[in-house]
Design a protein around this ligand. Structure first.
Ligand code: FSO
Ligand code: SF4
Length: 545
């Protein structure tokens, strides 16, 4: 195996024996093979789109396959092998669709569009088609950067799709981008595609924002309980709000409470979910603390997406984990939708009834819900505070959390920021500082949480609005600094989206991606002022200067 798609990659260069995330060698190889055959599907789907043909099955399969291979989403080899087999069928259908519409196929097709094999050939083939199969390190770097951006885009496209929202231009780009990774492209052409990926990153986040807010209302300021009460309960993790709604509906009147975990916390901010009395609070912290926190939760846990940490064999909670959607874990029951798309969570609910109530690990509340609508409702107050100098600077500290010690930097950074600054956050990065007593500025909390990582879109909307209010020509003239923490591929699409909106001088940490070759990193530094982080005091002084 070779995988370097996330921030925690081994030795900062690549996981080669097993993933730091817990992904085994054989699972990593099957993920590579799945991506390979999926690229082949996009070769046909791209041709279809160019000829105004809608390859619906290919659209759905491609975003789901990309999402499945995102860090910490799916560790289930059997499920991935099944998807590879399905990919052959979807690819064949896409090809036949073109033929039936009279589209001439190119004489020479990339092997990903033609290779078929039996299951016993998968392992050998997978070793020939992984990341290192591209020799030139800059081309490899750009093609992987593009692929990771597409994986993040796919995750958001799938959540929107689940709520009945699609943007065909996003699918068109997904296929065009993925097909391009099978073609001979120059560095310049690939840089162009990477930047275009950011543009469609904005589109997909806007689409998901529309899907979420039209379905469940606009997030509003909410105080979320972090304690527990004495009912059996289900913990729901991941990002999918459609699953959230289905679980709340099905647990109504059963005596089983529902708590959010990690990135599901922002579900509490949506008006539509506030009506459920049994939707009690948020349990625990960011994803990487789940080994301890799932033990004490006592009830079943439903993963709707990443981030899963595979439990050790003797973990007391291993048999309490359920997965759905693109997520998967060997040994965990996977809940599939029925023919009408309905998911039946009754087994999880019955399981919960046999469990004790969660053990309290903390008490109190955290406040969030500062997505664009809510912040813009407070715009006058915010603008006055900036004009009068009461607020000196905003710090966008969105992104992800992770298990490495060096992420203490973000807690210290938040803690040591001058008291006349406000943190804008989204994603699980917030758990590094959302329980600190950072106070408020004239009633405006010093940590404004917009929601999940995709709600970084809200932060961009807020910035664009402020630019308008202050009548500035350039978004970079705003008193906003960007100190973003990344972990996996959704953070990659968020970063590319910010670049496409013209945001410069983003600091990215705790380390720069291993998949950026020195030359590609240079392109980002020279054109966008991307930089890393150093020490807290030094960085604060630099940002405030
Ligand atoms: Fe975090 Fe995981 Fe939301 Fe990611 S829970 S790390 S960027 O999946 O998606 O922020
Ligand atoms: Fe390693 Fe990250 Fe890949 Fe997991 S996802 S194998 S930790 S690089």
């Amino acid at each position: 195996m070779f995988c370097y798609q996330c921030q925690e990659t081994a030795k900062g260069t690549g996981c080669t024996i097993a993933g730091v995330c817990g992904k085994k060698d054989d699972v990593a190889n099957m993920q590579d093979l799945l991506i390979y055959v999926t690229r082949g599907i996009s070769v046909y789907a791209n041709l279809a789109r160019k000829n105004d043909i809608v390859p619906e099955n290919a659209d759905k399969f491609v975003f789901d396959a990309l999402f499945t291979t995102i860090t910490n989403a799916n560790f289930d080899k059997e499920a991935i092998v099944a998807k590879i087999k399905k990919a052959f069928t979807v690819r064949e259908e896409a090809k036949n669709l073109l033929i039936s519409r009279g589209v001439e196929l190119p004489a020479k097709l990339h092997s990903s569009a033609t290779w078929v094999g039996q299951e016993d050939e998968f392992e050998r083939k997978s070793q020939l088609v992984g990341v290192l199969s591209i020799e030139n390190e800059d081309i490899r770097s750009l093609k992987e950067l593009l692929t990771y951006g597409l994986k993040g885009m796919a995750a958001y496209a799938e959540h929107a799709f689940n709520l009945g929202y699609t943007d065909y231009s996003v699918f068109e780009f997904m296929h065009r981008g993925l097909a391009a990774t099978t073609e001979d492209k120059s560095v310049d052409e690939l840089v162009g595609l990477v930047l275009e990926c950011g543009k469609f990153g904005v589109s997909v986040m806007a689409l998901l924002d529309k899907a979420n807010t039209e379905s469940y209302g606009s997030p509003e300021i909410t105080s979320v309980n972090i304690g527990v009460r004495n009912n059996p309960a289900i913990l729901i993790s991941g990002h999918d709000l459609k699953d959230m709604e289905a679980l709340l509906e099905q647990t109504k009147g059963t005596g089983v409470d529902v708590y959010t975990h990690s990135e599901m916390l922002p579900a509490h901010y949506y008006p539509a979910f506030k009506k459920y009395e049994h939707f009690y609070g948020n349990y625990g912290n960011a994803w990487w603390k789940q080994k301890e926190e799932f033990e004490t939760f006592n009830g079943p846990i439903l993963f709707t997406t990443n981030c899963i940490v595979p439990p050790s064999k003797n973990a007391g909670y291993a048999d309490r984990i359920y997965t759905t959607g693109a997520s998967g874990l060997p040994g965990a029951k996977h809940i599939n939708p029925d023919a009408n798309g309905k998911k039946d969570f009754s087994e999880i609910i019955e399981h919960a009834k046999k469990c004790s109530a969660p053990t309290e690990i903390e008490t109190g509340a955290i406040v969030g819900g500062f997505a664009h609508n809510q912040v813009l409702a407070l715009a006058d107050k915010v603008v006055d505070a900036v004009k009068s100098g009461v607020i000196k600077k905003f710090f966008v500290m969105a992104g992800c959390d992770g298990r490495m010690k060096d992420r203490d930097y973000y807690t210290e950074f938040a803690d040591q920021l001058p008291k006349d600054t406000v943190i804008l956050t989204a994603g699980c990065a917030k758990y590094r500082y959302n329980k600190l007593e950072l106070g408020d500025i004239g009633g405006i909390p010093r940590v404004l949480d917009a929601g999940q990582c995709n709600d970084s879109y809200s932060l961009a909307v807020i910035a664009l609005k402020l630019k308008e209010v202050f009548e500035l020509n350039d978004i970079n003239e705003l008193p906003i600094a960007y100190n973003i923490a990344w972990y996996e591929q959704k953070a990659v699409i968020v970063l590319l989206a910010l670049l496409s909106l013209g945001v410069k001088n983003i600091h990215l940490g705790p380390t720069l991606p291993a998949f950026l070759s020195p030359n590609v990193a240079n392109v980002l530094v020279e054109n966008f002022g991307i930089a890393g982080i150093s020490e807290v005091e030094k960085d604060i002084a630099m940002f405030m200067a």
